[in-house]
Design a protein around this ligand. Structure first.
Ligand code: SF4
Ligand code: SF4
Length: 425
């Protein structure tokens, strides 16, 4: 089977052996009412209210949404506007912690007998894709077309990030239980766990743990970027192609991030929604690179302080990986459900942009054989028909084209702007 293109990156997985530790409870958290793809929640609490861990503090009737829960016990200090990475704003609830971490009476294992009840429970859990994309999991688990295969994304192909790797090593049983739970309620016949071969310990452990489950297999994948991109992973694990305009479920597959699978197990057993996040903390000004658990809403500054980061030298702060992560505005940025890494750098310089030398490296690097250089030209002319013909909507913003371009052209960024020109049906 032909492998899709991509690039070989320096892995920089220096935290792969760092056991996850809980950071000290912050004095306050600021919990955004929008942490996922879709609609924001409306706060259900007001300043002065007492809240506890796992209590629902935000919700909405919008289809593409999940509720938001408190990660701490304490008192609501304020409801304010928070600027998001995409420039939009949403409401955020700031809670002063009381140090007790009292668990809400709402936290009870869900009673589930059917697929419908399972999907409803997963929405109530607030679970969204923990790989960073933040797609509501209950929608992903309720496709319109029949599904026969569950693919677990354990590739973790971005440099630096090891939070999924630590999930696999520290709590493999929850992953397998989460997979079995999804297979049971969605009546899925088989599951494949795709892991890059730069994590031999995780491959070995999960192979051993799944040996008595013939319907779950572990597949070692080449360590190349973007191995964890959904369409790439589907092709490289089960050989199915997601065509332009299709969803993975149109090929009979559902893809879940490996930490999402574990979170499903955790919620079904305890009823505790997602209130904390395993995060890799790394970068050239971080003295103690590590993996930590931090409550949702913790300011990046608190996490970086734990990792002994010299923030005076900070030039670039990234939420997520260096290829697809989002730059954070400042150190008050709160941890959200999708925060799998916080990277802080001093050494950073914008590349000088020069004219395209028609070397073709961007096309060779693109996993979908798109033509970023031609798409850039079409975007400059705002030529929508040519952009459609070049299949710009297939671009997943992986950044491979930008990474390899010797002329420093911001091809992936341009593609995102170009995609926005294409009218949605
Ligand atoms: S950002 Fe888009 S065009 Fe560039 S390599 Fe990735 S998928 Fe291809
Ligand atoms: S990699 Fe850069 S220089 Fe080479 S063809 Fe693509 S845009 Fe032009």
């Amino acid at each position: 089977m032909k492998r899709l293109n991509g690039v070989r990156l320096s892995h920089r997985k220096g935290t792969a052996t760092s056991h996850t530790v809980r950071i000290p409870l912050p004095e306050q958290v600021t919990i955004p009412m929008l942490m996922n793809m879709g609609a924001p929640c409306t706060p259900l609490v007001k300043a002065g209210d007492t809240v506890s861990v796992g209590q629902k503090i935000g919700d909405t009737d919008a289809f593409m949404s999940v509720p938001v829960h408190s990660s701490v016990s304490g008192t609501v200090k304020a409801i304010s506007d928070l600027k998001l990475a995409n420039g939009n704003t949403c409401k955020a609830v700031t809670i002063e912690t009381d140090g007790n971490q009292t668990v809400s009476e709402e936290v009870k294992p869900p009673v589930v007998h059917s697929k419908e009840e399972f999907i409803k429970a997963i929405r109530e859990s607030g679970i969204t894709g923990l790989g960073g994309a933040g797609f509501p999991t209950h929608i992903k688990l309720n496709p319109k077309t029949p599904v026969d295969t569950l693919i677990i994304n354990a590739a973790e192909c971005e440099p630096y990030i090891t939070s999924d790797h630590r999930q696999m090593l520290e709590d493999p049983d929850s992953i397998i239980d989460g997979i079995q739970t999804v297979m049971k309620y969605l009546k899925i016949e088989s599951a494949v766990i795709g892991i890059e071969n730069n994590k031999p310990d995780a491959i070995s452990l999960l192979t051993q743990k799944t040996s008595s489950f013939p319907d779950i297999t572990v597949k070692a994948l080449p360590a190349s970027y973007p191995q964890g991109a959904e369409k790439v992973l589907i092709y490289n694990t089960v050989g199915r192609i997601v065509m332009e305009g299709q969803l993975p479920s149109d090929t009979g597959a559902v893809v879940l991030n490996v930490s999402t699978a574990a979170q499903i197990s955790h919620y079904m057993k305890t009823g505790m929604p997602i209130t904390e996040r395993r995060i890799t903390v790394d970068g050239d000004i971080v003295s103690k690179p590590c993996n930590v658990f931090a409550p949702i809403g913790t300011a990046f500054s608190e996490v970086l302080a734990y990792a002994q980061c010299d923030t005076e030298k900070l030039k670039k702060l990234i939420a997520g990986g260096p290829m697809m992560g989002a730059c954070a505005f400042d150190l008050t940025t709160p941890v959200v459900k999708g925060t799998n890494a916080i990277l802080a750098f001093e050494k950073y310089s914008e590349p000088t942009v020069t004219n395209c030398i028609r070397c073709g490296r961007c096309i060779k690097a693109c996993p979908f054989n798109l033509m970023p250089t031609e798409m850039e030209k079409a975007y400059q002319k705002r030529d929508i028909e040519t952009l459609k013909a070049l299949k710009v909507t297939l671009c997943m913003n992986c950044g491979c084209c930008t990474y390899v371009c010797p002329a420093g052209r911001k091809l992936a960024e341009t593609n995102q702007l170009a995609k926005a020109l294409i009218p949605r049906n």
